[in-house]
Design a protein around this ligand. Sequence first.
Ligand SMILES: Nc1ncnc2c1ncn2[C@@H]1O[C@H](COP(=O)(O)OP(=O)(O)OP(=O)(O)O)[C@@H](O)[C@H]1O
Ligand SMILES: [Mg+2]
Length: 269
Amino acid sequence: MHVVRVERVFKDYLLGNQIVQALANITLQVEQGVFLAISGPSGSGKTTLLNMIGCIDMPTEGQIFINDQEVTCLSSDELADLRSRTTGFIFQTFNLLPVLSAAENVEYPLLYRSDVSKEERKQRVKYFLNMVGLSKYMGHRPNQMSGGQRQRVAIARALAIQPAIILADEPTANLDKATGTEILHLMQEINQKLKTTFIFSTHDQRVVDMANRLVRVEDGSIQELGVRRGGEWAIARVQDYLAAAVARELDTSGGDARASLGIPAGGAH
Ligand SMILES: Nc1ncnc2c1ncn2[C@@H]1O[C@H](COP(=O)(O)OP(=O)(O)OP(=O)(O)O)[C@@H](O)[C@H]1O
Ligand SMILES: [Mg+2]
C-alpha cells in the first residue's frame, strides 16, 4: 500500500504581484515503512512538498492521498483531525514550546485526541521519552537541554501520536555532526522497529546515505528517483523516462520528427 500519493501537484505562491512556482507537476508514491530522503538545492521545493504531504498547506492544483484518502478535498477541521492521527512533524529548529517541560511538549499533541485518555497520554509520554533516551529529562524545559536532546524531545512528540508518517524538515541542520549522526541513527532504529514511514527534506549527504528511497528535486520538479536494495542504489532519471517516452512517440510518428529534434536513431539515451 502507498501511505502517500502525490498526483500532478502544482504549488504557486503569490509574492507581491509575482507568482512563484514552487512545485511543478509532482507525481510521487511513497510505500509504507520507507526511509525517504528528499534532496535538492535551496529553493527547489523540498519544504513546500513536505508541507503538502503534511497537509499544512494545499496544492494550487493536483491531488494528495494519505492512506488512500484524498486530503485535498477536506475541510480545515477534517485536515487538523487527520494530521493529529497520522502525521508527526520534526523541524530544523525543533519547535518545542519553551514554557513546557519535555514531558508536556510530548503530551501536547495528544491533548487534541479525545480518543486518548489521560492515563494513556501519561503512559505514551513515558514510553516515547524513554525510547529516545530522555527518561531523566522529563521535567526539563527546552532551554535546559542541548540541541540534540531537544531534537529527541521533538522525535518523541512526533511518535506519541503513533503516526503512520513522520515528516522531518532538515532535522540535522542545527546539530553538530556527531549529534546529527546520533539523531539519524535513532530515527533509523525507530523506522525499523515501529515501521513508521520517514520522509526527510535534507541537504545532508548522511541522510541520503541512510535512506532507502531518494527523490531529487530541482526547480519544483522531480529530477531523480532512487530505490536502494541490498546496499545498491537504482536511480532513475526522470529526464531519461521523458526522453524515452518522446522517442517512443516519435518512433510511431516517423523518423523525420526524431531527426529534427536531434535524437539519434535507436533511442533517446
Ligand atoms: N510562503 C511563500 N511565499 C512565497 N514564496 C515561497 C513561500 N514559500 C516558499 N516559497 C518559494 O518557493 C520556492 C521553494 O521553496 P522551499 O522552501 O520549498 O524550498 P527548499 O527546497 O525547502 O529550500 P531550502 O533548502 O532552502 O529549505 C522558493 O523559490 C521559495 O522562495
Ligand atoms: Mg526547506
